[in-house]
Write a protein that binds this ligand. Structure first.
Ligand code: UT7
Length: 319
């Protein structure tokens, strides 16, 4: 049997840091409100002209280096983003060119904040099916481009960034199980409704969100999908060494850990600094906890995504 295993992780955050205080100078908000409702202290914002593929290339190179893999060995690129460089070609193809490789399949996955978990599940299926042996899986976002910076209910929540993993074929797992879900009937609670139409934008090009509805949905499905993934692996919650849910809001993270009966000491939290980076949030948190030595070889990590669509999913990984 062929399994897939994470061989290396990488991440990149743009240089510019924007604090809550800085936002409070132009928006009717405060550091106290943002911290107490979300846990966010600051976010990184891409420079003018810096695109998702610019962030992705840094994260991808860091993951390749950590894995000890050359770009030429990559035979699949799956990139999760809702803020692609352009309508087409895909950001995955642009990344492939930046890495100086040709030939392997490269495509984007659009599952908003569940994007990385979707991409990882897809890449795992490709490897287990024998269709590739070394996949680059990336989450990269410039959400700052689709925020209405005059709208306090969304502008304070998001940031830009990229995270990546190298997934290699292996004789033992690796990825122990993965579950993906979507419910398109809930599309309206989190969306960017705009589209390109005859040379202009039809509809709003900005994030629209019913915050409390998304909050409730997220807490419920993050609990359910973690349990479903554990059942698939015939394990229980005690098997989870580290829990990495999508980093949207500290209150959602803590509620998820509580519902799963997981001590908050086993919860990886990064939302305070990069804020919500959508598809980049899970690989950014994973990379941080791997590099600072919290996540060690052999430990089991539950990665979870939830976001627009509505989409949600989980991947249980043995590192
Ligand atoms: O990544 C995709 C997934 N996204 C999420 O998971 C986000 C999920 N939702 C949330 O994290 C929370 O619902 C929010 C952080 C977005 C909002 O927190 P909340 O506790 O649900 O607040 P609320 O939306 O019920 O708003 C409470 C009050 C309102 O004022 P009134 O009507 O009570 O007078 C808002 O107008 O807070 C006000 N408010 C703000 N005040 C200061 C909303 N945004 C702000 C703000 N600063 N930035």
């Amino acid at each position: 049997m062929i399994f897939s295993r994470i061989a290396g992780t990488g991440a990149y955050l743009p240089e510019r840091v924007v604090t809550n205080e800085e936002l409070a100078r132009t928006l009717d908000t405060s550091d106290e409100w943002i911290r107490s409702r979300t846990g966010i202290r600051q976010r990184h914002i891409a420079a003018d002209g810096q695109s998702a593929s610019d962030l992705a290339v840094h994260a991808a190179r860091a993951a390749l280096e950590a894995a000890g893999v050359s770009a030429g060995e990559v035979d699949l690129i799956v990139l999760a983003t809702s803020t692609p460089d352009q309508v087409f070609p895909s950001t995955a193809c642009l990344l492939q060119a930046r890495l100086g490789i040709t030939g392997c399949p490269a495509f984007d996955v659009q599952a908003v904040c569940s994007g990385f978990v979707y991409a990882l599940g897809i890449a795992d299926s490709f490897i287990r099916g024998g269709r590739c042996r070394c996949a680059l899986v990336v989450g990269a976002e410039v959400f700052s481009r689709i925020l209405d910076w005059t709208e306090r209910s969304t502008a304070v929540l998001f940031g830009d960034g990229a995270g990546a993993v190298v997934l290699r074929a292996a004789a033992s797992p690796g990825i122990l199980g993965s579950v993906l879900h979507a419910d398109g009937s809930q599309a309206g609670i989190l969306s960017v409704p705009g589209s390109l139409c005859r040379g202009s934008i039809a509809g709003s090009p900005f994030v629209q969100m019913d915050g409390p509805a998304v909050f409730k949905f997220a807490v419920r499905v993050l609990d359910e999908v973690a349990r479903e993934t554990l059942r698939q692996c015939e394990l229980d919650t005690s098997a989870i060494d580290w829990l990495i849910p999508h980093q949207a809001n500290l209150r959602i993270l803590e509620a998820t850990a509580r519902r799963l009966g997981i001590d908050t000491g086993r919860l990886v939290v990064t939302v305070d600094r990069p804020a919500n980076t959508s598809a980049a949030s899970v690989p950014l948190a994973l990379d941080e906890a791997v590099r600072d030595g919290r996540i060690r070889s052999g430990q089991r990590v539950m990665l979870e995504g939830v976001g627009g669509g509505f989409t949600w999913g989980a991947v249980l990984v043995q590192m």
